[in-house]
Design a protein around this ligand. Structure first.
Ligand SMILES: NC(=O)c1ccc[n+]([C@@H]2O[C@H](COP(=O)([O-])OP(=O)(O)OC[C@H]3O[C@@H](n4cnc5c(N)ncnc54)[C@H](OP(=O)(O)O)[C@@H]3O)[C@@H](O)[C@H]2O)c1
Length: 235
């Protein structure tokens, strides 16, 4: 039977690269995200089905699984973290709530409603990030959220067993998220990091898609974090 994978955040960046690769491998894919325009584009270009939803809204997640029915794997790459980058001395938590909703409560709710929708052998993958392991100024909440996802996946791997729950932790990957993080300095910031990394380059969305697929396919990996970061944690 054809494998069905749900990708929340699959309308751009890493999630979209994952959708593209899975479609190429013959999987059925449902892409979820907020922007109808981005969903239209991915539906047209990849031939996937799409659901407009916000991962931070519980009713939206219920509607997502009511639409898909049973699935084999659930992945989220969703993140709305622009408001999270603030110096701690001036921290405005209201401006950062969408980051907490999209990166932490969203994955938790996805597991809450998705676990019963998984076919035997199914798994869940969350997306964290290097900010947890190489924290920088203004990114304290991002560090905390990414770190929390490792603990959340470990706890859920036990609570939901035999469903496997894992995390992919990307290093710096050239996606539109960098406009939020660095604005006009995005290209120069990424180039400077490329020169520092053991891998000698910035990540590509396809690198992260391949790491997620490895987590989906390997039935002996659960409760773990796969670092796809070009060696960033080492420098
Ligand atoms: N790029 C990097 O260098 C980097 C490094 C470390 C970690 N990460 C992490 O990797 C993941 C993917 O990043 P990316 O660069 O591929 O991001 P991206 O290109 O901005 O894609 C994010 C996707 O998530 C969707 N999304 C955002 N908020 C959502 C919400 N509340 N509900 C549902 N969908 C939502 C977006 O579509 P809509 O806006 O239309 O909803 C979009 O499809 C994120 O978790 C990010 O924190 C990225």
């Amino acid at each position: 039977m054809q494998e069905h994978v749900v990708i929340v955040g699959g309308s751009s960046g890493m999630g979209r690269a994952l959708a593209e690769e899975l479609v190429a491998q013959g999987s059925e894919v449902t892409v979820a995200g907020r922007s109808p325009d981005k969903l239209d584009a991915v539906r047209r270009e990849l031939g996937v089905q799409t659901v407009a939803m916000d991962i931070g809204v519980e009713e939206d997640i219920e509607r997502l699984f009511a639409t898909t029915g049973k699935v084999n794997h659930i992945v989220t790459t969703a993140a709305d973290v622009g408001g999270a980058y603030q110096p701690i001395s001036e921290y405005d938590v209201n401006a950062a709530r969408s980051a907490v909703d999209s990166k932490l409560f969203g994955p938790l709710l996805l597991a809450k409603h998705g676990a019963s929708m998984l076919e035997p052998g199914g798994s869940i993958v969350f997306t964290s990030g290097i900010a947890a392991y190489r924290p920088g100024p203004r990114a304290s909440l991002l560090a905390a959220l990414n770190g929390a996802l490792a603990s959340l996946a470990a706890a859920l791997a036990v609570e939901l067993a035999p469903i496997r729950v894992n995390v992919v932790s990307p290093g710096w990957v050239d996606t539109t998220i960098w406009q939020d993080v660095a604005g006009d300095a995005a290209a120069a910031t990424l180039a400077a990091m490329a020169a520092r990394l053991p891998a000698g380059r910035i990540g590509r969305t396809q690198d992260i898609a391949a790491a997620i697929i490895a987590l989906l396919r390997n039935g002996f990996i659960t409760g773990t974090v796969l670092h796809a970061d070009g060696g960033h944690r080492l420098v």
